[in-house]
Design a protein around this ligand. Structure first.
Ligand code: SAM
Length: 352
C-alpha cells in the first residue's frame, strides 16, 4: 500500500473557494469535454494523500481545471508543482493559485497526451531504476476518455523506461471510471480481468485506493470514480518487449468467453495454425480449455516467453496480422464472387 502522505503542511493564504473561482472566471463545466469538478477540499486532500509523502517532492498535476486537487498538493508543501491544462479558461484561476505559492508553480497550457514528460523535471532528480522511486509524482483527475489512453501510453513508457520514467520509477495517482479501476486491479478469475489487468499488473504494483461516488462531482458524472495508485516494478513480471506482451494479451482476450486456445490461434498464419498453437500451449504448460480471464500472470509469462522463442525461430511470425489475413481472405472470396460460402463472422469480444 502506498505510504499515506501528510497534507496541510503548507498554509495557502486566504483564497476564494473553488466554487467562487468557478463563478469568478465563468468556468462552467463543459459536459461534451467530460469536465466534472471536485469542490470538496477534504476529498481532494484524500486523493492527494494516496500519492504518499509529498513534502519537498516535484509533482505534475494533469488536468487541474479550477484547482481543487492543486490546492491540496500545494498544502502538502511540495517543492515544485507543474500544472498541465488543456483548456485555456482555467489558466487565470491557476495563476491566482500560483501567486499564492510564490516560486512553486509552473503552468503549461498544453495537452498531456503530447507533452514531453521526459523533460518535465530537473535532471538531478533522476534515480536508477533499481533504486527507490524518485521524488516525482504524477497526480490527476482527467476525463475518462483521456485517462485510459494515457495510462496505456504510460505503461508502454514504464516498459521502455522513457517519458515520465526517464527519472526512474515515477509514481502515479490517477482517477478512472470505477469499472476501469476494477479492471486495472482484477485478479485471475475475476469478472473484470482483462487486457488492462495484465498490461498494468505485469509492469506496476497497482492499488485501487478508494471510490469517489459520482455525487461528489459537479456536475455529477454517470458513473462512480476510482482513485488508483501505480508504482512501477523493479522487475516486470513478463520480461519481454511491450509490443510482444501486448500482442499475446490482446490475442488471448480477443474471444473473452471462449477457451484461451481460440484467441491464441490468431497469433499464427492459417497454414500450421493448429499445430503451432498446440506447440505454444504445451511448451508454456497452459491448459487450452482455460478461459482468458482465468489465466494467471505466470501463465501469461510462459505464453509470452514461448511465443518469443517461436518468433526468434521464424522472423515472419511477429509481423503476422490475423485481421489482415481475414481481410485478404474476404477480398479473395469477393473476387471469386463465391456466394456459397457463409462469411466468417465470429463475434469479437475484446475489452480493454
Ligand atoms: N482536476 C480537476 C478537478 O478534479 O476538479 C478537473 C477535473 S476535469 C474531469 C478534467 C480536467 O482535465 C479539465 O480541466 C480539462 O480541461 C482537463 N483536460 C482534459 N483533457 C486534457 C488533456 N489532454 N491535457 C491536459 N488537460 C486536459
Amino acid at each position: 500500500m502506498a505510504a499515506l502522505g501528510r497534507v496541510a503542511a503548507f498554509r495557502l493564504p486566504p483564497l476564494p473557494t473553488i466554487g467562487e473561482i468557478i463563478k469568478l472566471y465563468r468556468l462552467k463545466a463543459q459536459r461534451q469535454l467530460s469536465q466534472n469538478f471536485l469542490l470538496d477540499l477534504r476529498l481532494t486532500d484524500k486523493i492527494v494523500k494516496q500519492a504518499g509523502e509529498l513534502k519537498n517532492a516535484h509533482v505534475c498535476e494533469v488536468g487541474p481545471g479550477p484547482g481543487g486537487i492543486t490546492r491540496s498538493i500545494l498544502s502538502a508543501d511540495v517543492e515544485q508543482l507543474l500544472l498541465i491544462e488543456k483548456d485555456a479558461r482555467f489558466i487565470p484561476g491557476l495563476q491566482m493559485l500560483s501567486e499564492a505559492a510564490p516560486g512553486k508553480v509552473r503552468i503549461v497550457h498544453g495537452d498531456i497526451l503530447t507533452y514531453k514528460m521526459e523533460k518535465a523535471f530537473p535532471k538531478h532528480l533522476k534515480k536508477a531504476w533499481e533504486d527507490e522511486p524518485p521524488d516525482i509524482h504524477i497526480i490527476g483527475n482527467l476525463p475518462f476518455s483521456v485517462s485510459t489512453p494515457l495510462i496505456i501510453k504510460w505503461l508502454e513508457n514504464v516498459s521502455k523506461k522513457d517519458g515520465p520514467f526517464t527519472y526512474g520509477r515515477t509514481q502515479m495517482t490517477l482517477t478512472f471510471q470505477k469499472e476501469v479501476g476494477e479492471r486495472l486491479t482484477a485478479n485471475p478469475g475475476g469478472k473484470q480481468r482483462s487486457r488492462l489487468s495484465i498490461m498494468a499488473q505485469h509492469l506496476c504494483s497497482v492499488e485501487n485506493c478508494f471510490i469517489i461516488p459520482g455525487e461528489a462531482f459537479v456536475p455529477k458524472p454517470e458513473v462512480d470514480v476510482a482513485v488508483v495508485h501505480f508504482t512501477p516494478l523493479v522487475q516486470p513480471k513478463i520480461q519481454q518487449p511491450f509490443e510482444l506482451v501486448e500482442k499475446v494479451v490482446r490475442s488471448v482476450f480477443q474471444f473473452r468467453r471462449k477457451y484461451c486456445f481460440r484467441g491464441l490461434e490468431t497469433l499464427f498464419p492459417e497454414s500450421g495454425r493448429l499445430k503451432r498453437t498446440e506447440q505454444l500451449m504445451m511448451t508454456a504448460n497452459v491448459d487450452p480449455t482455460l478461459r482468458p480471464f482465468q489465466l494467471s500472470m505466470s501463465q501469461f509469462r510462459n505464453l509470452c516467453n514461448t511465443y518469443r522463442k517461436m518468433c526468434d525461430e521464424d522472423s515472419s511470425l511477429f509481423v503476422f496480422d490475423y485481421r489482415e489475413e481475414l481481410k485478404q481472405k474476404k477480398t479473395t472470396r469477393n473476387l471469386l464472387k463465391s456466394t456459397s460460402e457463409p462469411e466468417q463472422t465470429e463475434e469479437e469480444e475484446d475489452q480493454l
